[in-house]
Design a protein around this ligand. Structure first.
Ligand code: NAD
Length: 498
């Protein structure tokens, strides 16, 4: 079902460099598709080395010569709050564009727009509350930490919830006084083009925010290898993270890597099973299943397994799939035909590996666009590819277990370690399991509700480093140790013995 085209779409998507909208130096563009028809609806400027060079130079100039890094935290905080206000004022427009470009259901896109505003508010507040350490060696020294922005931050983001994930990097990078070059995902460049107007209206000086659209292998690669960009914050696939790691190594860059996931949701028989059902269905089918922290493996204690699987399958069959702009829609269209083929490929693999209990096809009546039925596989063995590999779509693998030990072995038996969700009313079991599960983030009896102060990040193949709260401040700043002697310097007097 095609979506209604939003009013006043731009005629093309450009870069934003040094305070001006510009095309690529060589005029290159790439096609952007609407996921409900897969028709090309716009051309976006395709950044190359020359465009990244211009953006990095502008950002470098704004860092070394401009006022931004030297402003008092309160002054930057005011600008960030204005950015949050402006995002909130246009949240519906933002959601409309995001839904058009990504296929995300409109109600969920609206939630993500508001979350983007909240990210700016949070870091606006945190930057004024920031304090640094001072150490006293009584009578001898006072030593303190002089925290400084690092310079030009390279931000590389994926296509799932693009605007919100961009805000997650932009807000702390800017709050701490850095300047930035953002390279958004090529599947979904539309909402990123709104940043320029928002930043300008909020009073961000020219050159502080620069945006270069383009493919990962060209624009992204040039940013990773740019000598004047000392840090890269990347969110995307684990495989891409490996490539970026290798490419950044000769430059010894600061790297933050938020990568893929195959997170377990573990349901014990003593849990509130209705609440677990609500959360585990939402946890994998919300955001079209295109969610890094999706609970895409549901592990269920055998005594309640059959009952849980049939209730789960029933819910999945009733999930409303359709036009992403319809507020009733729960699962929209997957982002791009390439990704759609990948997800359907896994559905076919799953049919040979496990028992299909819901979905598995294109939904009836949705002949065009990247629609797939919410799909549930049961009795999935741990060696199955659909148990091990990130699918990043509305596809879930359900597996039974007989003991806490087996549940933990299953939960940890994949290369990823992003999130884990544990459902039990046994306090000791909940905490023992939480502490032993190999995941950067754990939710007990809850779906993914974030407290922005807590660390965000994965272990194993799900990432390196943490962002979130003060960890983001740490990533985007250098902590210089300044030592002050309170006594005469007692240096051994070399060269005085003759
Ligand atoms: P991707 O790795 O294909 O692309 C992410 C970004 O990297 C895009 O902007 C792309 O253009 C760029 N890129 C690709 N190759 C590059 C290269 N060689 N050098 C520099 N940049 C390059 O990921 P995707 O398909 O856009 O996003 C989905 C993935 O992101 C999933 O694996 C998902 O789990 C992960 N993700 C992780 C988190 C997290 O916080 N851990 C959050 C959201 C998404």
């Amino acid at each position: 079902m095609p979506q209604p085209t939003p009013d006043h779409l731009p005629d093309r998507i450009q870069h934003f460099i040094d305070g001006a909208f510009v095309d690529s130096v060589d005029g290159a563009t790439f096609d952007v598709l609407n996921p409900t028809t897969n028709e090309v609806y716009i051309q976006a400027a395709s950044g190359q080395q020359a465009d990244i060079d211009l953006a990095a130079a502008a950002a470098r100039r704004a860092f070394t010569e401009g006022p931004w890094p030297k402003l008092l935290p309160r002054a930057r905080s005011r600008v960030l709050h204005r950015i949050a206000d402006l995002i909130e004022e246009q949240d519906e427009r933002l959601a409309e564009l995001e839904t058009w470009d990504t296929g995300l259901p409109i109600t969920q896109a609206l939630g993500q727009a508001r979350r983007a505003a909240e990210n700016f508010r949070f870091f606006a507040d945190l930057t004024v509350a920031q304090r640094d350490d001072t150490y006293k060696v009584p009578g001898r020294q006072v030593n303190y930490v002089n925290r400084k922005p690092k310079g030009v931050a390279g931000l590389i983001t994926p296509w799932n919830t693009p605007f919100m994930l961009e805000s997650w990097k932009l807000a702390p990078a800017l709050a701490t006084g850095n300047t930035v070059v953002l390279k958004p995902a090529e599947f979904t460049p539309l909402s990123a083009s709104l940043w320029a107007g928002i930043f300008r209206a909020a009073g961000v000086p020219d050159g502080v925010f620069n945006l270069v659209n383009g493919l990962g292998e060209t624009a992204g690669d040039a940013l990773v290898k740019h000598p004047d960009v000392p840090l890269i914050s990347f969110t995307g696939e684990s495989r891409t993270g490996q490539v970026i790691f290798a490419n950044a190594a000769p430059y010894l860059k600061g790297l933050s890597m938020e990568l893929g996931g195959k997170s377990p949701a573990v349901v014990f028989a003593d849990a509130d099973l209705e609440a677990a059902l609500d959360a585990t269905v939402f946890g994998v089918f919300s955001l079209n299943g295109e969610r890094c922290t999706a609970g895409s493996r549901v592990l269920v204690e055998r005594s309640v397994y059959d009952e849980f699987v049939s209730a789960y399958a029933e819910r999945a069959r009733n999930v409303v799939v359709g036009d992403p702009s319809d507020p009733a829609t729960e699962v929209g269209a997957l982002v791009h035909p390439e990704h759609y083929e990948k997800v359907l490929g896994y559905v076919e693999i799953g049919k040979g590996e496990a028992r299909l209990v819901a979905g598995g096809e294109r939904p009836a009546g949705l002949e065009d666009g990247n629609y797939v039925q919410p799909t549930v596989f049961a009795d999935v063995k741990p060696e199955a590819r659909i148990f091990q590999e990130e699918i990043f779509g509305p596809v879930v693998a359900i597996t039974p277990f007989d003991s806490d030990e087996e549940a933990l072995e299953l939960a940890n038996g994949v290369k990823y370690g992003l999130a884990a969700y544990i459902w039990t009313n046994d306090l000791r079991r909940a905490h023992t399991f939480a502490q032993n599960v190999e995941a950067g983030m754990v939710w007990l009896n809850s779906n993914n509700v974030r407290d922005l102060r807590t660390p965000f990040g994965g272990v194993k193949a799900s990432g390196l480093g943490h962002e979130g709260g003060y960890r983001s401040i740490d990533f985007y700043t250098d902590q210089q140790a300044v030592h002050i002697s309170l006594t005469d310097a007692h240096s051994p007097r070399f060269g005085t013995s003759k």
